[in-house]
Design a binder for this molecule. Structure first.
Ligand SMILES: NC(=O)c1ccc[n+]([C@@H]2O[C@H](COP(=O)([O-])OP(=O)(O)OC[C@H]3O[C@@H](n4cnc5c(N)ncnc54)[C@H](O)[C@@H]3O)[C@@H](O)[C@H]2O)c1
Ligand SMILES: O=C(O)C[C@H](O)C(=O)O
Length: 329
């Protein structure tokens, strides 16, 4: 193999998403079956030993594409030469913590990581933020990296997109492979808006195929938006394999493109499209081509959708104000 390996940095490598993610990256599912990778794992000091254990297991898989693993607790080392960065490690909300406390604690993680990306990553760096609150953490990291084009910072709403595909498939009896053009708008939170009005189910408009606005408003939207909480309730831990799967999907699509006639959802920097204030990292319908996401333009937004998009975007604006007030952006 002569191709130079792609440097992939994963933060929170010893966590549960990290464990579900690293083996898939090393096996070629993140970038392609012919793309060698080198893994750089970032953990806090208490997580280093477990990350070393995972690295031992990665060695034991003898993945032909895996060309090395480095483990560190120093962001400047972890992001040195990074081409792809998956920011998974975050401070979870603990008992008694207010939202402001959570944003501040995560600011302490994502601001220095953004700066380290700015100072050390490769020119073609692509960043996916998974750690919650993902959209605003991505904004904090992006603001700390003024030399990196803003559109290289993205937040993960692909899990929400995949959840919506699955729910719509169950309702219509049509396989997910025949559902296209679904959209998640807004924040990766309970305010997100999964939109089926432009989606197609076996070539037919999805809203017309479902023909049940009550189901959309009272079952579909809350099921998708609150799925993360439902998984925590059922599993006693937040989603891990499905989150890792979505991270793989997000980066694979970003690098390799969306299929003709379809789009996906990703948290990307707003250019003001659809009335979403410029600079917010909000979920949109996006296509990917030549390693770039582009917001799908010209969709008609009905009143049902408008109210829901606005509510989620308002929450993102409030989060932006909060982190601005804390001096994090
Ligand atoms: N966007 C999404 O769709 C989505 C879905 C599921 C989970 N999440 C979020 O992903 C995050 C990770 O989830 P998890 O289940 O793997 O959590 P986890 O607690 O199992 O693992 C997190 C890991 O991050 C590490 N870490 C903490 N601070 C760090 C830092 N500054 N640098 C490097 N590593 C650090 C911890 O030591 C831990 O090993 C959480 O914030 C979770 O809410 C997002
Ligand atoms: O970790 C969480 O709070 C839930 C997670 O973001 C999810 O959507 O599964």
């Amino acid at each position: 193999m002569t191709r130079t390996p792609v440097n992939v940095t994963v933060t929170g490598a010893a966590g549960q998403i990290g464990y579900a993610l690293l083996f898939r990256i090393a096996s070629g599912q993140l970038l392609g079956a012919d793309v060698p990778v080198k893994l750089n794992l970032l953990e806090i000091p208490q997580g280093l030993k477990a990350a070393e254990g995972t690295a031992m297991e990665l060695d034991d898989c003898a993945f032909p594409l895996l060309q090395g693993i480095d483990i560190t607790d120093d962001p400047n080392v972890a992001f040195d030469g990074a081409n792809v960065a998956l920011l998974v490690g975050a401070r979870p909300r603990t008992k008694g913590m207010e939202r402001g406390d959570l944003l501040e604690a995560n600011g302490g993680i994502f601001k220095p990581q953004g700066k380290a990306i700015n100072d050390h990553a490769a020119d073609d760096i692509k960043v996916l933020v998974v750690g919650n609150p993902a959209n605003t953490n991505a904004l904090i990291a992006q603001a700390a990296a003024p030399d990196v084009p803003a559109e290289r910072f993205t937040a993960m709403t692909r899990l929400d997109h995949n959840r919506a595909l699955s729910q719509l498939s169950k309702k219509t009896g049509v396989p997910v492979s025949e559902i296209t053009k679904l959209t998640i708008w807004g924040n990766h939170s309970a305010t997100q808006y999964p939109d089926v009005f432009h989606a197609e189910v076996a070539g037919k408009n999805a809203a017309e195929a479902v023909n049940d606005e009550q189901w959309l408003a009272e079952t579909f939207i809350p099921t998708v938006a609150k799925r993360g909480a439902a998984i925590i309730e059922a599993r006693g831990a937040s989603s891990a394999a499905s989150a890792a799967n979505a991270a793989i999907d997000h980066v694979f699509t970003w690098v390799n493109g969306t299929p003709a006639g379809d789009w996906t959802s990703a948290g990307v920097v707003s250019d003001g499209s659809y009335g979403v204030p410029e600079g917010l990292i909000s979920s949109f319908p996006v296509t990917a081509k030549d390693g770039k996401f582009e917001i799908v333009q010209g969709l008609e937004i009905n009143d049902f959708s408008r109210a829901r998009i606005d509510a989620s975007v308002k929450e993102l604006e409030e989060e932006r104000e909060a982190v601005r007030g804390l001096g994090l952006i």
